[in-house]
Design a protein around this ligand. Structure first.
Ligand SMILES: C[S@@+](CC[C@H](N)C(=O)[O-])C[C@H]1O[C@@H](n2cnc3c(N)ncnc32)[C@H](O)[C@@H]1O
Length: 241
């Protein structure tokens, strides 16, 4: 079974209006949509984001929602990837094109590139369509720039890793994905300006701003924390765009 084209589509953070025109056009014509979810009893966030587009279509695409559990257990991961591979190949019979949809942008902590690795021998062409990241959306809603002038930005997917304290110490602006260990983050950066976006772009979005130590919110998967240190001296030469 071969597909003529695989799209890796970033659907943005959850607000359907933040879907790019290129993504919209591909989703209107693709034969099959593959939307990852983390558990059997949960819907795919990416699929929820594009529900409106699917309804607009004259012909319904085939939809597969494979489970990719959030675990480091390799045996469990292998089991679910094999299950997903079979599901896609079975449901894809007769389909020419398929799109793997992912929240935000496919280049950032997405399952898309693993998916491509698994299916690279079953597709002729690959096209990756970028999407608006969760932190761009948080920054826009809070009207807090992520970086200006020569400021250095770092993305921290897990503040418990060995390198995290070094990166946190040497960056002007920090983006924490699914912020865990907020106590440790607060101990390091508590008096800094922070923006916490929860389920940004979805109907029940929450945005909290203030000093990091003042933000009281339990850790959630769909949350992004931006912390800014002091403004830099912008007198040195830099490229502004
Ligand atoms: C596996 S990463 C995927 C990142 C995504 N590819 C992007 O470009 O934003 C998932 C993390 O992204 C962040 N995220 C994605 N969508 C979000 C949203 N709508 N609101 C808040 N955070 C979001 C959360 O930190 C979540 O734990």
């Amino acid at each position: 079974m071969r597909f003529s084209r695989l799209y890796g589509i970033g659907v943005g953070p959850g607000d359907p209006e933040l879907l790019t025109l290129k993504a919209y056009k591909a989703l209107m014509e693709v034969d099959m949509i593959v939307a990852p979810r983390s558990r059997e009893d949960k819907r795919s966030w990416a699929l929820l984001t594009i529900e409106g587009v699917i309804k607009e279509r004259e012909s319904e695409p085939r939809v597969v929602e494979p489970v990719f559990p959030m675990t480091k257990d390799q045996a469990k991961l292998d089991f679910y990837w094999e299950k997903a591979r079979k599901e896609v190949l079975e449901k894809g019979v007769g389909c020419e094109t398929m799109a793997f949809v992912t929240l935000g942008d496919p280049s950032l902590y997405s399952t898309f590139y693993r998916f491509l690795e698994v299916f690279k021998d079953s597709v002729d062409e690959v096209e990756v369509i970028p999407g608006v990241t969760s932190f761009s959306a948080c920054s826009s809603i809070a009207k807090v720039p992520i970086a200006e002038g020569n400021e250095i930005v770092s993305i921290v997917p897990d503040a418990r890793t060995k390198n995290a304290p070094r990166v946190i110490g040497s960056s002007d602006s920090l983006i924490f994905l699914k912020p865990k260990n907020t106590v440790e983050i607060k101990n390091m950066l508590g008096n800094k300006k922070a923006v916490l976006g929860v389920k940004v772009g979805f109907k029940d979005q929450e945005m909290l701003t203030g000093k990091l130590s003042e933000i009281k919110e339990k850790t959630r998967y769909l949350a992004t924390l931006i912390v800014k240190k002091e403004p830099q001296d912008y007198e040195s030469e830099s490229d502004f765009c």
